[in-house]
Design a protein around this ligand. Structure first.
Ligand code: EPZ
Length: 422
């Protein structure tokens, strides 16, 4: 397992290219199961989660190729041989459950492992299962698997009591080939769901209300292969913005869609950093003299839970006391004890972190526990005096493309040490 060794104190300056969005591509790849033929995706990020999804689709019979120089992947779905998403993949990546809807809609059957635990949780899939049931599937749960069968899914009205990105994506994909019309109420409107909806319509689906909380889908008999360019990763962008805010400096993010970051930009401006935006670039200047700003995470377009850990890292060096509440995941705070090892002063009560800003952080060995928690440890390590070692960075490689190289190019003193557990 690799670790990062960071010598804190350098400010960040220069330009950084934001990669394609992991959470968009992880939905678009299973969507290819809805049609026969060859698909090409552009602006693909080189991430271990994408490789895991490729392996899962290979296991189903999709032939895949990945060219990371051109940032492209190609999928050919003409010879599907299995309708199973085994535990070995699903336990590595919860997004594997996205194959359930498309497989059931296209082939009438699916055997998908229930996701294992996550660094935080519980992360149930009841909304996925209930939605598929409502579309007329016969569902059985045993031995840790979802067994689903349906001769032909039937369009219906589905109301989600919780806004769920994954369940919205799964039911949306399933309903495109259902008989009749499906309405999805309280649908998630994250940009990744909007890209999925646009992609499905390019494949021949009939989805209306895209970008709103009510999606209407008129089922069609067949869908067709197409190509797509993945939208930029708004969470990676927010992570780099928080990094610059923490250590100071001036960086320009290229290849972003600024209105995907409205809530994060608004909160960052309240901290006193200077931000200017253009069509597909954001520039931030920080003297790392940070005002406290409370946040409360909520579904898009509100402040994303995937930036909560990075925000806590920022607030840990702010002037005063701040409150960070996660209303989506009540226990997504595994990064807090590790940040406190770096000298932060954070107390968690239920789903609220109370952060007492400190003068400075001091380098230490810290352990990554999940993707965004690891990012917060890196951000704090960039600021801490002395050496910080972030262990088990495979968590980061799931969702950040070559983050250490991007940070090095911005002036950070960070290096990857291969194969070191401690
Ligand atoms: C997606 O996960 C993202 N992952 C997550 O990003 C992100 O944190 C999350 O959305 C929230 O924005 C991908 O897109 C691959 P949800 P997902 O269903 O779809 C509850 C990252 O760091 N819920 O929107 O699994 C759930 O417990 C990852 O890139 C149910 O109750 O999240 C949570 O409280 C981490 N029943 C809320 O809904 C269900 O059946 C939102 O979860 C499903 C979800």
């Amino acid at each position: 397992m690799d670790k990062f060794v960071i010598k804190g104190g350098n400010s960040l300056n220069g330009e950084v290219e934001i990669s394609g969005a992991k959470n968009s591509l992880l939905a678009l790849m299973p969507a290819t199961l809805l049609a026969n033929g060859t698909f090409t995706f552009y602006n693909v990020p080189n991430l271990s989660d994408i490789k895991t999804m490729l392996q899962l689709l290979n296991n189903i019979g999709v032939s895949t190729s990945m060219d990371m120089v051109k940032k492209q992947i190609q999928l050919d779905t003409t010879s599907i041989k299995s309708f199973e998403a085994p535990y070995e993949y699903v336990k590595k990546m919860r997004a594997s459950i996205y194959v359930l809807g498309p497989m059931l809609a296209r082939y009438g059957e699916a055997k998908v492992s229930l996701p294992g635990g996550c660094a935080w949780g519980p992360r149930p899939v009841d909304l996925h299962i209930d939605g598929i049931k409502k579309l007329g599937a016969d569902i059985k749960l045993n031995n840790g698997y979802i067994f689903a069968k349906a001769k032909k899914l039937q369009g219906t009205k589905i109301v989600f009591n919780t806004s769920s990105v994954g369940a919205t994506g799964n039911i949306l994909m399933a309903s495109t080939l259902a008989k009749g019309t499906t309405e999805i109420h309280n649908a998630a409107i994250e940009p990744e769901i909007t890209q999925l909806s646009d992609f499905l319509n390019k494949m021949g689906a009939k989805i209306y209300g895209i970008g709103t909380n009510t999606l209407t889908i008129d089922g069609v008999d067949e869908l067709y292969p197409t190509d797509e360019t993945i939208i930029p990763d708004r969470i990676e962008a927010a992570t780099f913005l928080c990094a610059c805010a923490i250590v100071g400096g001036k960086i320009k993010l290229k290849n972003i869609i600024q209105n995907h970051l409205t809530s994060v930009l608004e909160k960052l401006r309240e901290t006193g950093v200077k931000i200017s935006t253009s069509e597909n670039e954001i520039e931030i200047f920080s003297d790392s003299n940070i005002k406290v700003v409370d946040i409360e995470t909520a579904p898009y377009p509100n402040f994303p839970t995937d930036v909560q850990a990075q925000w806590i890292a920022l607030m840990s060096i702010a002037n005063g006391v701040s409150k960070i509440k996660d209303t989506i995941y009540f226990d997504r705070f595994k990064h807090v004890p590790e940040l406190n090892r770096l000298g932060a002063n954070i107390v968690v009560k239920e789903n609220v972190a109370i952060v007492n800003g400190v003068e400075n952080l001091v380098g230490a060995k810290v352990m990554s526990t999940d993707l965004r928690a690891s990012a917060s440890l890196i951000l704090s390590g960039l600021k801490a005096t002395g050496i910080t070692q972030v262990l088990r960075v495979y968590h980061l490689d799931r969702g950040y493309e070559a983050i250490e190289r991007k940070l090095q190019r911005l002036g950070a003193d960070i290096k990857r040490v291969k194969g070191e557990e401690y």
